[in-house]
Design a protein around this ligand. Sequence first.
Ligand code: MG
Length: 367
Amino acid sequence: MNITRILAYRVELPLHEQTYKWSGGKSVNVFDSTIVAVETNVGLVGYGEVCPLGPFYLPAYSDGVRAGLRELGPHLLGDDPRQLVKLNQKMDAALKGHPYVKSGIDIACWDILGQATGLPVCELLGGRYGEDVRLYRAISQESPEQMAAKVAGYRAEGYRRFQLKVGGDPDVDIERIRAVAAKLQPGDRLVADANTGWVQHEAVRVAKAVRDIDVYIEQPCLTYEECLAVRRKIPHPFVLDENIDDLGMLLRAKADLAMDVVNLKISKLGGLTKIKQARDLCVSMGIAMTLEDSWGGDIATAAIAHLAQSTPTEFLFTTTDFNSYVTVSTAVGAPQRKDGWMSASRQSGLGVWPKMEVLGNPLVEIT
Ligand code: MG
């Protein structure tokens, strides 16, 4: 089997809540997502999706996905999409860095491998654990009162894991954490994710001001060294995210005891093949994970669901259903949230069928 054509479509994903805001005044109103189709000589077509959280979150941007595919795609024509490690080595040899560009192709090739073998991707990634996976809800950054007021509605949708977007003014962030924590019920979990937004002394101050609260602190500062310094001064369970973008950083953070939970995103690592390697290493090292992506719609959510559900339950801290945040559905068969949980498809591959009328004409065609 070999790759005969690669297509990329651009889809706009508006939000039910109109806007998503996080640290440093950053926000997105309409996500710009790229859906990748990998076609083969046997008629199988695999799909992947890459959706950066705007151009200012990770070193990734939407037009960069498409430009990168134009550069990378021609090197992959004729290659067997089922030989995923070999394919990833080829991608890394052809284009240095830019893991997010490679992610959509890699996901699409896992979809092809699943279709070719008649197995759901989660079973190929290691096995299906349990019936479903538990979701978190991100709470966009607003005033403490507005954020606290959102909790009841999200809980009514079944969510019991809440990720509070902080990383703003430290005094307001202390109020944000206190206001939301006051709305929690037994069994709920709260994460305060600063998304690199605090400088070191502010992070320590915020954490010490909420030391009586059962809250996880996620990625308080920009650099790994600042985060490590904060981690060593505060009592809360600690999550690293933006700094952990390859195996080297993961191993370094483990050696430094720098985290209790790590947030791994498919496109940040460069696809399912690479995130599987990091995920399996975390399981071996005893580190729980939030498994997700930067953002996305139905196809990204399907890939997330297969990754999450192939992870031993005790190591899956939480995961997310981005397709329920956005107003546009791009595929049939994607996971749908049920009472705060979702499950990976039992169909072969990712189990998604793109709505070609939503995708429109491809912006990239590699033949
Ligand atoms: Mg995070």
